[in-house]
Write a protein that binds this ligand. Structure first.
Ligand code: ADP
Ligand code: ZN
Length: 207
């Protein structure tokens, strides 16, 4: 099964993707993670990507489409279903994706826009295993519960960049809901609920 997770920054795509990939044995393909890995290794793609990500803008389509295409052409993705997290993020990317992938379902995680800034600026992530937490539940703890690595605040999780990312989402990404409605592929879940409740809604949809 090929699934897209759609939602604003902070909607919980990454969190749900991790759980879903474990339960349904799907590969988790996150463009944000791929870019961050490239940034860490100072690759050419990483250097380009960082200049856009730090400003809250989308990385150009040619770069982004190419890395996704390359990833999906690898052997594991041919033999196993996958979850796309963070791609596509605009109509052009969706049109390109339709040329090299057959999507079965698009899960739209809806969240009240006014919740997003707090969710993201309070987010702390593990640079090693990718787990993410919110300061309100960490109670001052600074280490990842799963692997004991020091948690970090992502460079692009400051209020100014988040505001820009939400604006980009509203303008460029939200129109994808209609795009996939027309293809009859959209299912919407309520991302305002807790992590477990949202997950349970998705599980019901997947059966
Ligand atoms: P979030 O969903 O919380 O915004 P991501 O980790 O998915 O975080 O993405 C971080 C940044 O990486 C985005 O703000 C954007 O700059 C870049 N990025 C990720 N996916 C794409 C994409 N499909 N197209 C263009 N840029 C992307
Ligand atoms: Zn960790």
């Amino acid at each position: 099964m090929q699934i897209i997770l759609l939602g604003a920054p902070g909607a919980g795509k990454g969190t749900q993707a991790k759980r879903l990939s474990a339960k349904y044995n799907l590969l988790h393909v996150s463009t944000g993670d791929i870019f961050r890995e490239n940034i860490k290794n100072s690759t050419d793609i990483g250097i380009i990507a960082k200049s856009f990500i730090d400003k809250g803008q989308l990385v150009p389509n040619d770069v982004t489409v190419e890395i996704v295409k390359e990833r999906l052409e690898q052997e594991d993705c041919k033999n196993q279903g996958y979850l796309l997290d963070g791609f596509p993020r605009n109509i052009e990317q969706a049109i390109e994706l339709d040329k090299f992938s057959k999507i079965d379902l698009v899960l739209n995680i809806g969240v009240d826009i006014n919740k997003l800034i707090n969710r993201i600026t309070g987010r702390r992530v593990c640079p090693k295993c990718g787990a993410s937490y919110h300061v309100t539940t960490l109670n001052g703890e600074t280490l990842c519960k799963a692997c004991k690595t020091e948690l970090i605040l992502r460079d692009d999780d400051n209020e100014e960049t988040v505001t820009k990312r939400i604006e980009v989402y509203n303008k460029q990404t939200a129109p994808l809901i209609d795009y996939y409605k027309k293809q009859g592929k959209i299912a919407t879940v309520d991302g305002n609920l807790g992590i477990d409740e949202t997950f349970n809604q998705i599980v019901k949809i997947l059966g």
